[in-house]
Design a protein around this ligand. Structure first.
Ligand code: UD1
Ligand code: UDP
Length: 395
């Protein structure tokens, strides 16, 4: 225990900065980790090391540029139309020697991606402890989300410091038999990211004007519906059904649907084929995070199958319809800001129409409270990691 450490050994530990490696692969990992990297950078006793697998390329680079974080190592593994196995092999093959060489004091992974899984596995093989941000979320369904549900369980099995965002996630970990004294509820770092972005948008008028100018123009009298979709569970007909529903929804004539399209060929292909050129629907490339947050703040309604957007919409007070059958983020549903509606086109139209045409039902969703965090998760994580590392190094 740290309390039993004598002052001299603590001094020698503090004499060198704590080397904490962040393994980042995709857009949402970068969004949820940049506030933690910023927080560690402010602390002289930490030396953060940023490792990109670059499982995503352009979408990851967009976030890194906005957050002003340069990579210490970039494994550049993304290939167009890559398979799950391909990403796993490339990421693990490149991460293992890197982590063995760098010998960080700790590896931090986030969420449920293949990068998070292989980052934890490479650390485990090198006997480096693992901290898992967003530990403990569970849908309880093996194939939903696929492969993320099992990725997250596998990461938790290799984790030493559990950083669940909510009490519900902590309870899931306790049910899984993980040790209570290693589990710390932090709030979701995506709220920290939103706070940071909003502060930039609010304090920098020129930046705001530049972003507004690049966004699809708002059409007077039309309410904005923001859509994103990319889940593998929806590849087998789901995306086509979603697109059919959006097409019928646009026929109302009083909504403007903006859909930043994920570059995965399984998404991009059907979306452009079905919705290209449809009146009332703007298909746009993935937006950078500043642009996307600005658009979420402007949206009347968000329709999505994204994990991160399910957390951000409640934090911004925007009602969100979730195009999935299950969610490992039940808090938004329980709070009343999110509704689980599946990927059936007819249901999407019915649920969206119900909110568009019933101001009372709409207000009830828009006024529900945000269950995901207070914007201070990164500060808590910094303190938890420091305490864990000092205790470990002193042992
Ligand atoms: C991955 C994650 C998923 C996460 C999502 C966030 C896994 C198994 N899946 O899914 O959990 O929700 O990222 O978006 O880890 N592509 C580009 N440019 C990019 C990014 C992707 O062109 O910047 C295209 C490429 O053709 C790539 C494909 O999208 O091969 C799929 O990328 P991949 O990371 O394998 O899967 P996602 O569906 O993005
Ligand atoms: N996002 C973005 N630009 C977009 C669409 C989404 O910056 O065009 C952000 C969004 O705000 C959220 C994250 O990307 O923070 C979610 O990523 P995605 O839906 O790809 O992954 P998931 O969260 O489902 O894992």
């Amino acid at each position: 225990m740290l309390a039993r450490t004598d002052a001299r050994s603590l001094e020698s530990i503090r004499a060198r900065p704590l080397k904490v490696a962040f393994v980042i692969g995709t857009r949402p990992e970068a969004i949820k980790l940049f506030p933690v990297i910023h927080a560690l950078r402010r602390e002289p006793d930490f030396a953060p090391l940023v490792i990109l697998t670059a499982q995503h390329r352009d979408m990851l680079d967009q976030v890194m540029a906005i957050a002003d974080i340069a990579a210490d190592a970039d494994l550049d593994i993304m290939r167009p139309g890559q398979s799950l196995t391909g990403v796993t092999i490339s990421a693990l093959g490149a991460l293992t020697p890197l982590i063995e060489r760098e010998k960080p004091d700790l590896v931090v992974v986030q969420g449920d991606t293949t990068t998070a899984f292989t980052g934890a596995l490479a650390a485990f093989y090198a006997k480096v402890p693992v901290a898992h941000i967003e530990a403990g979320l569970r849908s309880g369904k093996k194939y939903s989300p696929f492969p993320e549900e099992i990725n997250r369980c596998l990461v938790d099995a290799m984790t030493d410091v559990f950083l669940p965002p909510t009490e519900g996630a902590r309870q899931n970990l306790l049910k899984g038999g993980y040790p209570a004294d290693r589990i710390h509820v932090t709030g979701n770092t995506v709220v920290d990211a939103l706070v940071w972005i909003r502060a930039r948008l609010e304090t920098d008028a020129a930046l705001r004007a530049g972003i507004e100018a690049e966004l699809p123009p708002s059409v007077a009298g039309r309410r904005l519906i923001l859509v994103t979709s990319h889940r593998r569970e929806n590849f087998d007909g789901g995306i086509a059904s979603i697109c059919g529903g959006l097409k019928r929804l646009a026929e109302r004539g009083d909504v403007e649907i903006v859909f930043p399209v994920h570059p995965n060929p399984n998404v991009r292909g059907p979306v452009y084929e079905i919705l290209g050129g449809v009146d009332g629907i703007a298909l746009v490339p993935p937006l950078n995070y500043l642009q996307f947050v600005a658009l979420m703040m402007r949206a009347h309604l968000i329709v999505t199958d994204s994990g991160g957007v399910q957390e951000e919409a409640p934090a911004l007070g925007v009602p969100v319809l979730v195009m999935r059958d299950t969610t490992e983020r039940p808090e938004g549903i329980e709070a009343g800001t999110a509704r689980l509606i599946g990927a059936d086109g007819d249901r999407i139209v019915a649920e969206a129409n119900a909110l568009l045409d019933d101001p009372v039902a709409y207000r009830r969703m828009a006024q529900a409270h945000n269950p995901f965090g207070d914007g201070k998760a990164s500060e808590r994580i910094t303190q938890i990691l420091r305490a864990y590392l000092l205790e470990r190094l002193a042992a």
